[in-house]
Design a protein around this ligand. Structure first.
Ligand code: PMP
Length: 332
């Protein structure tokens, strides 16, 4: 599936399509934000923003579409449809374009301008649902369109499709294992559909049953951590099996935001809110142990959230941080 391309008899050091660039994302140490952790503990962040569609969701999107092609459920004449305005929508728009299939995304009319523009840039059609009905309204409208014309569409169904965690079992898991040379002791990832934590966790536990698999979730239903689900108040995804986790850590929205602001100004890494949540949980785990390698998933970079309210709090944070003698003052 991945690798360098062969064109005729001539091999060239290049890739054939954008889909071949999915995965193989880097791990990075965060020297400033991990100050104070025991010397034999490492915290590593896996930067999923390096995927071509800009997020961790490229992996399941590509796997689910390829699975549809293999089974024949996705074939010429079909349109890929989904009701996600988030990273999955962008990933499906990217992968659908690269595979030559039309994509239709149903989203609430009030999603950010960046979202509408990026999926349109990938050639996807956007159908707007009532903004007052939120994401549930988009789900309902998507169902209606499907039931009116079932033979027209292919719906990947990330919440129930086992190929979603399978993508992580086959790619994210082996990448974490190989990059840490099998030394990973703790794996930390946020739960949206649960695909990342389930699939990666399953692979790592098969390699070493002692690896601790830790899911991160918002601490309240009205959180501001885009991409994450508060399980107790949500419809539980069919692919999510809590009994396979070793632990769940709840994270407060404000604390995760502060972590993101700090990552930007102290590590040179601007990421989305769910990466801040993952780091907060990873640091909590790291402080509890004397030795180990904690790997946290950073699902995307921050550009796609720059116009959202999340960044409105940055100035206040910076002032508070400066008053506390923040990192810049400390390091000169
Ligand atoms: N963070 C962000 C920003 C996401 O878009 C998602 C996917 N909804 C997640 C975390 C969680 O990933 P998963 O669906 O694999 O649980």
């Amino acid at each position: 599936m991945h690798g360098t391309a062969a064109s005729g008899s001539q091999r060239c050091d290049c890739y054939t399509t954008m889909l071949d660039l999915v995965g193989r994302t880097p791990l990075i140490e965060l020297p400033r934000l991990t100050r104070g952790i025991a010397p034999r503990v490492r915290v590593l962040a896996k930067l999923e923003g390096f995927n071509p569609g800009g997020s961790v969701k490229d992996r399941p999107a590509v796997w689910m579409l390829r699975d549809g092609l293999r089974s024949g459920a996705l074939r010429p004449g079909k349109t890929i449809i989904d009701s996600t305005s988030g990273n999955t929508g962008i990933a499906l728009a990217m992968a659908g374009a690269a595979l030559g299939y039309p994509v239709e995304l149903v989203m609430p009319a009030n999603v950010s301008l960046e979202r509408k523009r990026i999926v349109r840039a990938y050639g996807a059609t956007v159908v707007f649902s009532d903004p007052l009905e939120g994401s549930d309204g988009a789900i309902r409208l998507c169902r209606e369109r499907l039931s009116e014309n079932p033979s027209r569409y292919f719906k990947p169904d990330q919440y129930f499709n086992p190929v979603n965690p399978q993508a992580h079992y086959e790619s994210t898991g082996p990448e974490v294992w190989t990059a840490t040379e099998g030394t990973v002791t703790h794996f930390v990832a946020g739960i949206g559909t649960g695909g990342t934590v389930m699939g990666t966790g399953r692979y790592l536990k098969e390699r070493n049953a002692g690896v601790q698999v830790i899911a991160v979730e918002p601490d309240d239903p009205w959180h501001g951590l885009e991409g994450l689900k508060h399980m107790a108040s949500s419809i539980v995804p069919g692919i999510y099996h809590e009994n396979e986790l070793d632990r769940k850590i709840s994270v407060a929205t404000d604390a995760a935001y502060e972590m993101v602001y700090q990552l930007g100004s102290e590590e040179g890494l601007v990421v989305g809110q769910s990466s801040g949540a993952a780091l907060l949980a990873a640091l909590q785990v790291a402080r509890e142990i004397d030795e180990g390698v904690v790997v946290a998933i950073f699902p995307d970079f921050g550009e796609r959230y720059l116009s959202t309210t999340f960044w409105f709090g940055w100035r206040d944070w910076r002032e508070r941080n400066a008053a506390r003698g923040g990192a810049r003052a400390r390091t000169g």
